[in-house]
Design a protein around this ligand. Structure first.
Ligand code: ADP
Length: 488
């Protein structure tokens, strides 16, 4: 149990470090740390400059006050009351560099060192020695940075000595407090920002988690599930797009499933008929006519299956995008004449008059073979479904406002308006019964179709950037018209 849990925890930790949440918070923290460091540095730099300026100002004031009243005697100096504080350092240097007297929190050897250096500088650079000298606390006690000022002073003996006055740079430890405040403040801000960042990132990423979970539960057979996220933000839009894609996938999947089911259904009936016929005549000895009848039925069913399989193959190729359309300049009237020639035997066999109307030359860019197939399907339908006294199928071409058209009209039973919207759907048949009668040769006289012909017609029209429309009147007849962009 434990051994199973460990890899799972490891996986979770690994995922966490790779998550957008973690990277988002990390980047956020890095940027905030840089901003805080820059801000603290700026504040500290300004404050340190102010502290130093103030210290210099204080020192100058004290020295000015001292200069007025200080008199060096042979054994020390007289200090005016209230000018110096306990932390201030005052060193009186003799002309030979010896410390004559010192006061303040400075050890004797440091005072000597300081006096010698000041004297040296004084001798090297002339009289008086230059401005301020700052000494690091490292050499001196107490542990504070001192700012020194050195000025020459006349002794009672007439020789020039030096007064060194030192004052703590930052007597109240403001710099230290500032550093502490800035560090603590920055750390606290960073911690709060990190916690807030995690919370925000977690909230922002929650819809992604929901989408992932939902997507995991959607199997290929259950495409009906939707995310249904209400949000109008980017993730809401993503979820909506995802839902839309699922909808399209489901529709495509449904179409595919329906297509396979319909195809199997269409094939099952002729296969059953073939099986029944064969079994019937094989059970006992039959007459010659019986065998002939059985074979005629079998052949008729075979014709139907061949046509169906051909149509299925055409549609499958179309769906897979494998169909190659080679467009060349084509005269629609030529295509019409060729179609009529091909189908005249069929129309004659069915007692239908197949005639041509006006056939002016109209040129389009198209694939001749596919256009012939399109017209053949339409004319075959006319032949199949036309009934009545005036049995006629007519084909004509023309051109109106740069649009080339070809019409196939018949004097058939017509199509009721409620069927028109579904006419181009695959496997859609108005008359669902499948009675097929064969002629003397055993071929179907008017083979009932499988409902695929018009979907192929529509596809061919569309790949030629054309359209197909139907006009029909029950009891009068039907006209199919395909329109294309005419060339020249
Ligand atoms: P089929 O192979 O069954 O003919 P189609 O897709 O070509 O399939 O046609 C679909 C249905 O439309 C047919 O079953 C038929 O009922 C109807 N139909 C097609 N053309 C005509 C027409 N010219 N006259 C009457 N009905 C037609």
């Amino acid at each position: 149990m434990k051994s199973q849990k460990l890899p799972a925890i490891g996986k979770r930790i690994g995922f966490f470090f790779h998550s957008i949440r973690f990277r988002f918070v990390l980047w956020f923290a890095v940027i905030l740390a840089i901003v805080l460091a820059a801000f603290s540095g700026f504040v500290y730099y300004n404050q340190a400059r102010d502290i130093q300026g103030e210290a210099q100002f204080r020192l100058e004031r004290k020295m000015a006050a001292l200069e007025v009243v200080l008199t060096m005697t042979s054994n020390g100096f007289l200090l005016p009351q209230g000018v110096l504080q306990d932390t201030d350092i005052l060193i009186l240097v003799a002309p030979d560099g010896e410390v004559v007297a010192s006061r303040g929190p400075i050890p004797a050897q440091d005072a000597t060192l300081l006096a010698q250096r000041a004297q040296q500088e004084h001798e090297q650079h002339g009289n008086p020695p230059d401005g301020f000298v700052s000494w690091s606390q490292g050499n001196l006690k107490p542990k504070a940075n001192y700012l020194f000022v050195t000025v020459p002073i006349a002794t009672v003996t007439g020789r020039a000595g030096l007064i060194i006055l030192g004052s703590p740079l930052d007597p109240y430890g403001l710099s230290g407090k500032l550093i502490f405040t800035l560090l603590a403040g920055s750390l606290l801000t960073l911690l709060i920002a990190l916690a807030g960042g995690f919370w925000l990132a977690d909230r922002a990423m929650r819809p992604v988690h929901t989408i992932t979970q939902a997507a995991r539960t959607i199997g290929e057979t259950d495409l009906s599930r939707r995310l249904n996220m209400k949000g109008k933000d980017e993730l809401g839009q993503l979820a909506n797009t995802f839902d839309g894609m699922l909808g399209r996938l489901q529709a495509a999947f449904e179409r595919q499933r329906q297509f396979v089911a319909d195809a199997s259904h269409e094939l099952r009936t002729p296969l059953t008929i073939v099986n029944l016929e064969a079994s019937r005549v094989l059970t006992s000895h039959r007459s010659k006519e019986d065998y002939q009848n059985a074979l005629t039925v079998i052949r008729s069913e075979n014709d139907f299956m061949s046509a169906l399989v051909n149509d299925l193959l055409t549609l499958a190729r179309m769906d897979a995008g494998q169909t190659v359309i080679e467009k060349t300049p084509v005269d629609l009237s030529d295509v019409a004449v060729e179609t009529v020639e091909r189908l005249t035997p069929l129309s004659t066999r069915n007692g239908i008059r197949l005639e041509t109307g006006d056939l002016p030359e109209v040129h389009i860019l198209g694939d001749r073979q596919y256009l012939i197939q399109m017209l053949s399907n339409l004319v075959e339908n006319g032949i199949k479904y036309t009934d009545g006294i005036e049995k006629c199928v007519r084909i004509e071409t023309g051109k109106t406002d740069g649009t080339a058209w070809v019409r196939v009209s018949d004097t058939g039973p017509g199509i009721a308006p409620e069927h028109i919207p579904h006419l181009f759907d695959r496997f859609y048949r108005i008359d669902k019964s499948r009675t097929r009668n064969a002629d003397d040769d055993g071929h179907s006289k008017a083979p009932n179709g499988s409902g695929l012909g018009l979907s192929i017609v529509q596809w061919i029209a569309h790949v030629h950037e054309g359209s197909i429309k139907v006009e029909s009147q029950v009891g009068v007849g039907t006209t199919f018209e395909a329109r294309f962009k005419a060339t020249e």
